[in-house]
Design a binder for this molecule. Structure first.
Ligand code: UT7
Length: 325
């Protein structure tokens, strides 16, 4: 059966770095608290010329160059994001225009931090029904514009950036071969970002807190560890695989303590889990594709390797995905 394989990866990060010491000048926090509670040491913050679609296009150009695919040959562009350049048109349409990918249709996907993994599953389905498709899938965020910089519970956690992959069909046993995706809308209020009041009459009330990310951190933490583990163990079981069969685990990069817990519960050795959280913080939908790109370019993934992605985000949305590189 034809499956979606990754032909190229790319990422693009803003120039400006904000260290934990810089954060101490903005809110009442400390490098020690942020480092020990989250594992984050710095994050990138978008400046002029680094809008969401511009970071997305930068990542896309690198992925297309590695894949040796011309923008005009793309059939579809999907951007996973919760910080789109505009509500309409989609960020994907801006990317299409930037790249000159005239043949492609383009749209955005919102599954919060899980968006890129949902997008890979979607791309695999497209390719199974139309094996000749070439798909550009991007995770891109400029969350710094959606943070309340007076709320130390959230503003220290997130960062900006984009990662991209170019996908095509292969029938040689490689590609995406399993996924286990979930959502639970009843828990929406644990991690949310309001729209501007003018968009939603229900929000025209005293307690509206602005269109910023808000989170019940410790509740999200507990759900994340349990649900990420459940999803991955179910998926591995469905495919008759053990954790030792996985060459590299790439989890969503949100908190080093979540990752350590997850790794221990799965029985995964430290050297087979990719972590770059200390450099970029939580970049939501961009976190896994940035990590994929770095892991591949560092030689951590080779052709034929089995890679496991595990993700978790607002919605709640979560899941895992298996691919053979
Ligand atoms: O990407 C989507 C998924 N997101 C996540 O997975 C995030 C999950 N949650 C987390 O990563 C953690 O829950 C946090 C890092 C957000 C918080 O860590 P925690 O160990 O759960 O801390 P907490 O929320 O229970 O807060 C402990 C204390 C509180 O003080 P009191 O009430 O005990 O006096 C907070 O006010 O830490 C305080 N605190 C801070 N102190 C210094 C919260 N943020 C900060 C801060 N600097 N930035």
């Amino acid at each position: 059966m034809t499956k979606a394989v990754i032909l190229g990866t790319g990422s693009c990060l803003p120039e400006k770095t904000l260290s934990n010491a810089d954060m101490e000048q903005i809110v009442e926090t400390s490098d020690e608290w942020i480092t020990t509670r989250t594992g984050i040491r710095q994050r990138r913050i978008a400046g002029p010329g680094e809008q969401n679609y511009q970071l997305a296009s930068g990542a896309a150009r690198r992925a297309l160059a590695m894949a040796d695919v011309a923008p005009e040959d793309l059939d579809l562009i999907v951007v996973a994001t919760i910080s789109p350049h505009m509500i309409m048109p989609s960020t994907a349409c801006f990317v299409q225009a930037e790249l000159g990918a005239s043949k492609a249709f383009a749209y955005d996907l919102n599954a919060a931090c899980a968006g890129f993994t949902y997008g890979l599953d979607l791309a695999n389905s497209y390719i199974q029904s139309r094996p000749d498709m070439r798909i550009l899938l991007i995770g891109a965020e400029t969350l710094s514009a959606r943070l309340n910089w007076q709320d130390r519970n959230t503003c220290v956690l997130f960062g900006d950036g984009a990662g991209a992959v170019v996908l095509a069909g292969a029938s040689d046993g490689r590609g995406v071969f399993g996924s286990n995706l979930h959502s639970d809308g009843t828990l929406w209020n644990l991690l949310a970002m309001d729209s501007p009041q003018s968009f939603n009459p229900d929000l025209r009330r005293e307690e509206w807190q602005g269109e910023y990310i808000r989170m019940s951190g410790s509740d999200v933490f507990k759900h994340a560890v349990r649900l990420m583990e459940d999803s991955a163990t179910t998926l591995l079981r469905q495919h008759g695989l053990a954790i030792d069969d996985i060459d590299l685990l790439i989890p969503h990069q949100a908190n080093i303590r979540i990752l350590a817990n997850l790794r221990e519960r799965l029985g995964m050795p430290e050297e087979r889990m990719f972590v770059n959280l200390s450099q970029y913080g939580n970049t939501s939908a961009a976190s896994i594709p940035i990590a994929l790109d770095e892991a591949y370019r560092q030689g951590r993934i080779a052709r034929g390797d089995t890679v496991l992605l595990i993700t978790f985000g607002g919605g709640l949305t979560w899941g895992s995905l298996l691919m053979r590189w």
